[in-house]
Structure formats: structure tokens, C-alpha cells
Design a protein around this ligand. Sequence first.
Ligand code: NAI
Length: 258
Amino acid sequence: TRTSVVTGSASGIGATTARLLAERGERVIGIDLRNADVEADLSVPEGRADAAARAIELAGGTIDAVIACAGISAPIPKTISVNYFGVTELLTALLPALAASDAPRAAVVSSMASLQPNSAEMVEAALAGDEAGALRIAAELAEQGPEAGYLVYPSSKRALARWVRRESITPAWAGAGIPLNAVAPGTVITPMTADLLKTPEGAAMVDAAVPMPLNYHQPPESVANLLIWLTSVENSHLAGQVVYDDGGADATLRGDDI
Ligand code: NAI
């Protein structure tokens, strides 16, 4: 049996991924703020280091797959810390345990929102590993009001997608035989989107930004099953990709622009 570490395991896409893996008889070590094997706060460096150390200990030193789902969508500075640094620092800290596996794999959850308007400055600060700088830019945006604040989430997901592309081909990942990829969902029916989708006005707003001609809003299983395949033994060569699993939103919005 494989051992997978799943972040955000207490809710939504992460909880569904953990359940589907467990149903297959695989071992799951969940990380979340609460209701998880490892309870830790991925918004801060100590929480990330603590989560990695405890997950490695529970796994007995070898981790076969890491699936990073934990994230928040609020227009606040913390969003860049959880969605970017909470993923990249955790994955980096788990690398030694992944390298001990015969078939190590990793996948993260970006978003089709990474295609939406974002702050290039914040994306660059994140990719440079400058969390304080990225937080400062996010705070400035949040202070300018809701419209500017809403750039924080797409910026966090754009930075994460770029990190995956850059890192996936390095000696640490590709060189160590570890496929690293991202998935980019459309609008997934989870607690994160529940309030927005409750009213026709909220749903119309979401649908204007994220058009989904194929099968409309998606269940968390549609993303979880892809994450599970990307981190399975079967995936030997798919690396550095952002897989848009979004009901056709990316094809609608970007068209030929790829
Ligand atoms: P959710 O809100 O149901 O689950 C997110 C989980 O992350 C929660 O259990 C939460 O406690 C955990 N988490 C948040 N902050 C944390 C922290 N500081 N430390 C540890 N755990 C923390 O959300 P959902 O919808 O399952 O989202 C999962 C991922 O998918 C997120 O990264 C989100 O940005 C992304 N996504 C979601 C979409 C949607 O429409 N729901 C669309 C595209 C991407």
C-alpha cells in the first residue's frame, strides 16, 4: 500500500481525496487545522515545519505521494501565505521522505483563477521566496478595497502554477524521479464556494468569471480522482503541467492563446 499525505484533508477536495484513497485501501496522513492526523497551521513557517516533521514521523520516513489541497480564498494577505508558501515550503520539507519511495509523486491544487487578473509584483515576490514582501504587497492591495484585494487569490494560484512548472524539471524533482504537477479546477461545490453559490446573484457572478460549458459546477470527486491519478504509480511522465479540470472554462476564456 502507498502512503499519501493530503493537506486540507478535513474539508472539500482534500477530504474527498482522502476518502477515495482510503476506500482503495491506501494509507492517508491528513494535515489540516483541525480534524486531521496532523493538526497544523500552514499559514506560518513553524506550522509548515512542524506538519512536515510529524507527517514524516507518522509515515515512518517514507512518503509515496503528497497531495496539497489546503487553501483559502479570502481577499486577505494570509491567502498568499497558505496558498503559496503553505504548499511550496511543505513540499520542499517533505522531499527527503518522498525520495525514499520507489514511486514518489506530488500534486498541488492551483485554480483556473490563476488566469484571472493578478499582481505580477506579488507573484514575483512569492517566486523569489520573499514571504514578507508578498504579504506587504497583499496588505497594500487589501487596504485599497475589495476589488484590489481580490487580486490576492489569483496571484497566489498563478505563483503556485509557475513554481510547479519551474521546480518540476529541477534535479530535486525530475532528477529524483518525482512527477510534480498542478490541477486547476473550475467552480467546485465545497464549503469554500457554498455561500457564493447559495444565491442566484452569487452564482451568476461566479459563472461570469468561470464559464463551465461542460457539466457546469463540479463535484469534488472530479478533482480528487485526477489528483489520485497524477500521484499514482501509473503517472510516469506527466510533469510540470497545470491540468485544467474545469468544465471547459480555460478553453472558453483562453481559446487559442496557449
Ligand atoms: P475547503 O474550504 O472545503 O477546504 C480547504 C481546507 O484547507 C479546509 O479543511 C481548511 O481547514 C484547510 N486550511 C485552510 N487554511 C489552512 C491552514 N492555514 N493550515 C492548514 N489547513 C488549512 O476548500 P476546497 O474547495 O476543498 O478547496 C481546496 C483547494 O482547491 C484550495 O486550495 C482552493 O483554493 C482550491 N480550489 C477550489 C475551488 C472551488 O471552487 N472550491 C476552485 C479552484 C481551486
